[in-house]
Ligand binder design. Structure first.
Ligand SMILES: NC(=O)c1ccc[n+]([C@@H]2O[C@H](COP(=O)([O-])OP(=O)(O)OC[C@H]3O[C@@H](n4cnc5c(N)ncnc54)[C@H](OP(=O)(O)O)[C@@H]3O)[C@@H](O)[C@H]2O)c1
Length: 338
């Protein structure tokens, strides 16, 4: 066990896009667990768009990170030492231990993983929070029916790639929206989408109209902004829009102009925002269905892994520039199961 641990602290609140200088990397002795506590070594750290909101001063649906505090984040780690009877050294656990190589916790937020069931990194992606977001947002709010057209944005990302494939399993025509051509090609060739258009198209609405000749019945929105505006011009009567994320404006310093909501009114469209943590009652169904679909090869996933905790800041910045293909992860230390 190394004598020191590393941590990434938030040291400055960003204006607009985060910068590497908003973070500070510090070393400290590896902490020891107290009575009832567990010491874990982080193997994988998940990087997610919500982290940008935690860097702001005001509370949104969750409290912000204080200056000088460790950045928050979900992790997969190995128990190094346990003084909690529920865990033993060597257990692999998923938890919320933040951007650090080692963490001591009471264990209440830790869930043991079985490395024989699935690669342990999937607990942060397709079989973790992003996968569950796709599952509940699409099935419970989007309510797709066979034969309908479902559009999803950030289509090659962690949430979007799962949404599109689950909609295919449910019998929909699936159209993705992504940035670069290689991501669109990945969505069609590797993930089985029927079509994928670029949000950089000079006329996005025309490109979507061509890809969705029967209009749009479900739009799973991960980005907001111009993509949402283009989709609204093509929604069918009774369409459903699970409003999952607004990544196009997470770095914005001013509110964007409002969308034209006319089509929402006259097409009786349901738009519903949701936060995945409100739907934990669906976790059992999600793990049962998505684990089976992953095993059967019907739900494929990609991981974009950067090496080393020190690269976490630049990797988070890259997420907002679309540099990732699939789930963005940091390998913080060796994966004993890999
Ligand atoms: N409601 C919830 O509970 C919940 C839970 C998890 C995630 N989310 C939301 O789901 C969305 C996707 O998250 P994720 O973890 O799966 O991330 P991701 O899709 O793996 O990565 C983010 C992607 O967003 C795209 N993007 C960035 N800026 C954009 C812009 N201005 N316009 C269009 N696309 C843009 C980029 O792809 P391109 O290169 O294709 O542009 C980038 O790769 C985020 O909005 C996130 O906040 C919500």
């Amino acid at each position: 066990m190394p004598a020191t641990s590393r941590r990434v602290l938030l040291c400055r609140r960003p204006e607009g896009e985060p910068r590497p200088t908003d973070f500070e990397i510090v070393e400290a002795p590896v902490p020891g667990p107290g009575e009832g506590e567990v010491l874990t070594r982080t193997i994988y750290l998940s990087l997610d768009p919500y982290m940008r909101g935690r860097m702001n001063p005001g509370r949104s649906y969750a409290p912000s990170v204080e200056l000088g505090q460790v950045m928050v984040g979900s992790t997969v780690g190995e128990v190094v030492e346990s003084r909690n009877p529920a865990f033993t050294a060597g257990d692999v656990v998923v938890g919320y231990n933040g951007w650090q190589t080692h963490a001591v916790s009471a264990g209440a937020m830790l869930r043991r993983l079985d490395p024989k069931q699935a690669p342990i990194s999937t607990a942060l992606g397709v079989l973790g929070m992003p996968g569950m977001t796709a599952y509940v947002g699409l099935l419970d709010i989007g309510r797709p029916k066979a034969g309908e057209t479902m559009v999803v944005s950030a289509a090659a990302g962690a949430v979007g790639s799962a949404v599109g494939q689950i909609a295919k399993i449910k019998g929909c025509r699936v159209v993705g929206v992504a940035g670069p051509p290689e991501k669109c090609e990945h969505a069609v060739k590797d993930l089985g989408f029927d079509a994928c258009v670029s949000h950089r198209s000079p006329d996005l609405r025309a490109a979507l109209r061509e890809a969705c000749p029967a209009g749009i019945d479900v739009y799973f929105d991960n980005v907001g902004g111009a993509v949402l505006a283009a989709v609204l011009g093509l929604v069918n009567r009774g369409a459903r829009i699970p409003l999952c994320g607004l990544i196009s404006q997470y770095n914005a310093t001013a509110l964007p102009p409002g969308p034209n909501l006319g089509p929402v009114l006259w097409n009786r469209v349901l738009v519903q925002g949701f936060i995945v943590s409100d739907h934990l009652d669906r976790q059992g169904d999600f793990l049962r269905d998505c684990s089976a679909w992953v095993r059967e090869g019907r739900l494929k996933y990609r991981e974009d892994i950067v090496e080393g905790l020190d690269r976490a800041p630049e990797a988070l910045i890259g997420l907002f520039r679309g540099r990732n293909l699939g789930k963005m992860l940091v390998r913080v230390s060796e994966d004993p199961t890999g």
